[in-house]
Design a binder for this molecule. Sequence first.
Ligand code: EPU
Length: 421
Amino acid sequence: MDKLVIEGGKALYGSLEISGSKNACLPIMAAALLTDDECVIKNAPALKDVHTLIKILNSMGREVKKEGDTIIIKRGRVTNLVASYDLVSTMRASIVVLGALLGRYGKAKVSFPGGCVIGPRPIDLHLKGIRALGTDLKIEEGYIIAKCARLKGARIYLGGHFGSSVLATANTLMAATLADGETIIANAAGEPEVEDLANFLISMGARIKGAGTPTIVVEGVKKLSGTTYKIIPDRIEAGTYMIAAIMTRGKLFIKDAVYRHNIALIDKLKETGACIDEKKGGIEVKIAAKNIKSVDITTLTYPGFPTDLQAQIMSLTTVAEGISVITEKVYPERFIHISELNRMGAQIILEGSSAIIKGVKKLSGAPVMASDLRASAGLVLAGLVAKGRTEVSRLYHIDRGYEKIEEKLTSIGAKAWRIQE
Ligand code: EPU
């Protein structure tokens, strides 16, 4: 197992390239199962989760090649309609093959995804969307077994206790592209990754309107074809480095970052005293105020503040002037990073699903460990400004979502390197 060692205290300067979006890439790779033709996906990030999905596609009989940042899903048919527990248990997002298999083959057997350190992650909305299209569903021996003679378009309300769901929308949307007639998905997730999936499907011949809004309308077609498609830049990776620029009091140009994808973060960073400008080819971020100011944040579905940046912005508030309150409305238990940040000298208390953070002058480096991707990213940010050495262990969590983190950090002036535990 690898660790990231960081010597804190270096301001980050320069220009940084953002990788393709993990959370757009995964459903798009699954959507390639909707056709037997070859699909070429460009700008795919080199991440562990992407490799896990390649393994799942391979286990189903599809040949996949990765050449640099291009993934080629070769022409061929699925020969095994099962996504096994061994693979799904390593990555919950694997459930996204369900809609594609059903759309194309009318059958699927996908392992029920297990628990998760960021809190309970039910799949009722996935099942609701798929069932509404006329599928017969059973849960047996830990598997979702889905079957339908013919998928039929339907009007579906996909709202749950916490609002819309990204992957439930993706699953329902994929299945609906090959259903008979019209499907209306109300309270659909409007995240840029859902819009990107819809654009990929449209490039395959699907008829979809409204993606990126709460109402998606799909007119089913008989067949989808192969395509070549470039996925969007990763807004969470971009946002993480934007926060790093402010925390370290540096100045970064985040190449390819899309302003509108990070609008809630940008709004909050400006409140902390940042100066953020959209420039040709990316976004420039620097601190304008003398001190970083405290800020109150509530995570919400898009275009609200993303839960996937909650741990990172919390790191920033630990060294801001004054008291910040961060309320988590998407995953109310996603606070695994608090105890580790406190070990570094932060002053955070948790009250229900709100964290109250009293800014301190300085954090102090420490060995820390997190058991979740974004929590680990928050700890890396804390390490960048802490006095002395921080060692973030279990780096495999970070490798799920941040491509070449130590190389990227070093290229902008951080003192960070990877070692084997
Ligand atoms: N929810 C339900 N029922 C469902 C599905 C979800 O109640 O059937 C609830 C969840 O418990 C949560 C809320 O709806 O409270 C939103 O969850 P959502 O389904 O949107 O999450 P997801 O689709 O499983 C994706 C990302 C996550 C990201 C969330 C929220 C991928 C592969 N994953 O998950 O990313 O946190 O959307 O934006 O797209 C990450 O990258 O670190 C990560 C966890």
